[in-house]
Write a protein that binds this ligand. Structure first.
Ligand code: HEC
Length: 240
């Protein structure tokens, strides 16, 4: 009887010592605020726990957020296997897994009008609203894009091309395949657009050097005309 009691007392002492030890560590309190104690107990609001993105006091990791192990992949996610310069191979090997049903086309329209329209314009002509500030994309209605297999169109938002960044963090595979169907539908309704005056960088030629030059030049030349109008549009205090 006395033996278990003694060992449980020893356990209590150990827990208390541990609590004190841990309590000495980073509680994530704002600078200068001491932890609140009731007697020898910490108040519950000041628990020894990691706050999101606090420095990791034990392992020397940059933060309390655990990094996924190298090569970890989200459940149900297949990493996109093609490099940026492999658009042609993507076009040959990828097959659009979606049928062009009204639902799929409606979803493609939804994604296009939320993600792509700002640059590519309402009918894919490359006249979206931001093209006054941003390099104008070539029309998606050219014979060139019409002749691409679905996989080549799919490849552009996945990996980006030239001054267009990858959109793989905004749109998933289903979104993008739906957009491909929607672009096909627009191509069936819109006239064929003439080829872009300056041929867009072919994926093989889209090495950083050749890409940076045109967009840097464009933003430098437009910088002057854009800057004066910038202070006019946001009127934070002037609206009330
Ligand atoms: C920030 C503006 C922007 C957004 C948003 C954008 N694009 Fe682009 N896109 C461009 C530009 C600019 C190019 C031309 C890039 C180059 O070749 O230098 C381009 C090129 C393309 C091309 C290749 C066209 C060709 O003839 O070479 C395709 C296909 C394409 N975009 C599809 C999409 C789709 C689909 C979306 C939406 C998921 C999208 N883009 C969103 C700017 C944008």
């Amino acid at each position: 009887m006395s033996k278990p009691a003694r060992s449980s007392r020893a356990g209590l002492v150990a827990v208390a010592a541990l609590t004190l030890g841990v309590a000495a560590c980073d509680l994530g309190l704002p600078a200068g605020r001491a932890p609140h104690r009731e007697g020898n107990r910490l108040d519950m609001i000041d628990q020894p726990k990691f706050k999101p993105q606090r420095a990791d006091v034990f392992g020397g990791r940059p933060s309390s957020v655990l990094e996924p192990p190298a090569g970890a992949v989200a459940a149900d996610e297949t990493p996109y296997p093609y490099l940026q310069a492999e658009a042609t191979r993507a076009g040959l090997e990828l097959v659009n897994p979606l049928q062009a049903t009204p639902d799929v086309i409606a979803h493609g329209k939804f994604v296009y009008e939320n993600v792509c329209i700002t640059c590519h314009g309402p009918k894919g002509a490359g006249d979206g609203l931001v093209t006054s500030l941003f390099p104008k994309p070539p029309s998606l209605m050219t014979q060139r894009v019409r002749d691409w297999p679905d996989g080549e169109i799919f490849h552009r938002p996945m990996r980006g091309q030239g001054s267009m960044p990858s959109h793989a963090r905004q749109v998933d595979a289903r979104d993008t395949w739906s957009v491909v169907h929607y672009i096909r539908q627009m191509q069936s309704q819109e006239p064929v657009a003439p080829p872009a005056a300056v041929a867009p960088a072919s994926p093989a030629a889209s090495a950083p050097a050749s890409l940076v030059t045109p967009s840097a030049g464009a933003s430098a030349s437009q910088g002057q005309s854009v800057t004066p109008s910038t202070p006019v549009s946001p009127v934070p205090g002037g609206q009330s």
